[in-house]
Design a binder for this molecule. Structure first.
Ligand code: IPD
Length: 274
């Protein structure tokens, strides 16, 4: 049957607004926090509540569509399968550590893939009322205004967003610190906002010039990757090859020149596949 992209997009906006409401209401309250893979990999009751709500809204409207959610995937430990079917991929709270510590850089991230290709991306930062949206072939927007990345081409004139991430494996942390050291010494500096979805949306908006991270998941970046691509940024695997949604790593830059220079100075970590 025909996939109605307009209806998918409208539903995505409605879902983001409902999810944002729940996040906003919970933001200043006491949080019930649990850990997952490491002492720094957090989940709260809000992550779970938002995921359940969103799952319900989507399956009611599109019973035949597939669903990949961060908390459902973590809880079942099932391997995440991306098929050609229309698939809704969500991170209920991207930036859970920020959420737990009352730092407002918290995003709801929703991507829809059809034929394994992202067609809709919505990243909503409810605490700032910033709604980043993109549809394949139609550009990317912040609260309805068209997004434009910076035109920085040289690493030495750029700010690069990088994250320490949640793995506490010593070798992984060491490689990431080494990359941060390299980028700091070759650029205007680094930033860590604590949400992959927000980081990608920021590069799309010209708030910083590049972003690279190893160890994230499809739900953290699929929506932001479409937003950045549609804004005109370069989105690729950190090595320079084509982005693989299941390969747990991404590099985004405002220009191809900056993407290739950044790629060439990094040690590329391989943290496996979803
Ligand atoms: C996290 C954020 C963060 C990244 C972590 C992710 P979560 O997502 O995207 O920027 O550095 O690796 O786990 O767990 O808050 O959804």
């Amino acid at each position: 049957s025909e996939v109605d992209l307009q209806e998918i997009y409208n539903t995505a906006l409605e879902v983001a607004s409902r999810a944002g409401q729940v996040i906003k209401e919970a933001f200043l309250k006491e949080k019930l926090v649990d850990t997952k893979q490491s002492q720094a990999d957090l989940v709260t009751e809000t992550d779970k509540a938002v995921e359940i709500l969103v799952h319900q809204l989507i399956t009611t409207k599109f019973p035949s569509h597939k669903f990949i959610g961060e908390e459902t995937t973590s809880a079942t430990g099932e391997q995440c399968k991306l098929t050609d079917d229309p698939t809704w991929i969500i991170d209920p709270v991207d930036g859970t550590t920020n959420f737990v510590h009352s730092i407002p850089e918290v995003a709801f991230s929703l991507g829809v893939a059809v034929g394994k290709k992202a067609v809709v991306g919505v990243v909503y930062i409810p605490m700032k009322e910033e709604l980043f949206t993109a549809r394949l072939g139609h550009g990317a927007f912040l609260n309805g205004n068209k997004l434009q990345p910076s035109n920085i081409q040289e690493l030495k004139k750029s700010v690069v967003i990088m994250e320490a991430g949640s793995s506490r494996d010593i070798a992984v942390v060491n490689d990431k610190m080494k990359n941060m050291h390299t980028v700091v010494t070759h650029s205007h500096g680094i930033r860590s906002y604590g949400s992959a979805a927000l980081n990608l949306s920021y590069v799309a908006a010209g708030r910083g010039d590049a972003y690279v991270e190893y160890g994230i998941h499809i739900w953290d970046f699929i929506a932001g990757a479409l937003i950045a691509t549609e804004a005109g940024a370069v989105v690729q695997d950190p090595t320079g090859s084509e982005l693989d949604y299941l390969h747990r790593r991404i590099l985004c830059a405002s220009t191809p020149e900056l993407a290739s220079e950044l790629s060439s100075v990094l040690t590329h970590l391989d943290m496996g596949y979803d």
